[in-house]
Design a protein. Structure first.
Length: 348
């Protein structure tokens, strides 16, 4: 079933005729429960988060959803307190509608619907991937970047063209963040896995043979993960060298696809966003590519790199001011909602 949106009357779209709007956004796609508050002048008033840390293994969707349900009241209260506002000051509610883990998405959507109904406010469903790009643009001042978006659940290269964010390359199996986290668990490294691998890699320097898999403009990380785990279990290599090699191969793959997309699109800015964007080595790869092709490198600040409510609130405002809202009765989640399926009218 296609998503249904309401279109607002034209007079509501003229920012000059209305006061500053304030949006409360709820992010709940995976292990982070985030509540952010943003205003239509581009100010982030609050960005509170509560993280579900599994006792063992990866993210268990139902356990994460229970965490979100238990914590949403506390995180909402903290966000309002940080912003220095009350519920009466909020003009609309936004929520992450997809993609993500079904139980987690439903928990956030339920909270957003309840707030919108109780307060009598408009509701806006936001695509999680679009939100990562938009908070990156807001935080860095990027206008029309090519974006490398890397996280635990998503890995793709995208640029805006003809009303949508087009995908120029993406993972064919697991995301690069998932690859890193899974190896870290196997190696007994602390959670979260990405930063632990980065720190361990600093003690390495020997490049061991690992598969490099780029297929056209797409990537595959499952074979790389399997080979790294096998190398660890064999006992032939130092853990630091495996971490070093895993990073080097994964980021070289990302760099190849990103560089080709940058040359193809001719974009003057290259934005790195998503949870893995905090990695220093990946930033150096992106910076090198951008500078070599006369593009400006842009890096999302760490506070907005991981999943957060501020990005949902800000993208909800962009959508609403462009005439989009989501009726409560059709505000179902879409765990597989692709980035390139989303209309982006605020950039038209």
């Amino acid at each position: 079933m296609a998503k249904v949106f309401y279109r607002l009357p034209p007079f509501c779209l003229k920012v000059g005729t209305i006061d500053r709007l304030i949006c409360l956004g709820i992010e709940s796609t995976a292990d982070n429960l985030g509540v952010g508050i943003a205003s239509s002048d581009g100010t982030i008033l609050a960005n509170e988060v509560s993280v579900h840390v599994p006792e063992e293994g990866g993210i268990h969707p139902r356990e994460a959803a229970r965490h979100h349900a238990a914590e949403v009241g506390n995180v909402l209260t903290r966000a309002l307190r940080t912003a220095g506002i009350g519920s009466a000051d909020i003009d609309l509610i936004a929520f992450s509608q997809g993609p993500g883990m079904g139980p987690c998405l439903r928990t956030g959507a339920t909270a957003a619907r309840a707030l919108a109904a109780y307060l009598g406010l408009p509701l806006v469903g936001v695509n999680h991937c679009v939100a990562h790009i938009e908070i990156g643009r807001l935080a860095t001042g990027a206008e029309d970047p090519l974006t490398l978006y890397v996280s635990g659940g998503n890995t793709l290269v995208s640029g805006f063209e003809a009303g949508r964010y087009r995908i120029f390359g993406e993972t064919l199996d697991i995301a690069v963040g998932n690859c890193l986290d899974t190896f870290a668990r196997e190696a007994g490294l602390p959670y979260p896995g990405g930063p632990a691998i980065e720190e361990t890699a600093l003690e390495g320097g020997r490049l061991i043979p690992l598969p490099y898999v780029v297929k056209g403009m797409d990537l595959s990380f499952s074979g790389l993960l399997t080979a790294a785990i096998q190398a660890f279990r064999s006992g032939r290599w130092r853990l630091a060298d495996i971490c070093f090699s895993l990073q080097e191969v994964a980021y070289a793959m990302l760099g190849e696809v990103t560089e080709r997309a940058l040359v193809h699109t001719g974009k003057g800015e290259l934005l790195l966003t998503g949870g893995v964007a905090a990695n220093t080595r990946l930033r150096s790869v992106v910076r090198s590519i951008a500078e070599e092709h006369g593009s400006q490198p842009k890096f999302v600040p760490p506070g907005y790199a991981t999943d957060n409510g501020a990005m949902i609130a800000w993208t909800g405002l962009l959508s609403y001011l462009s005439g989009v809202s989501t009726p409560i009765e059709t505000s179902y989640i879409d765990a597989r909602w692709r980035l390139d399926e989303v209309e982006v009218p605020w950039r038209g």
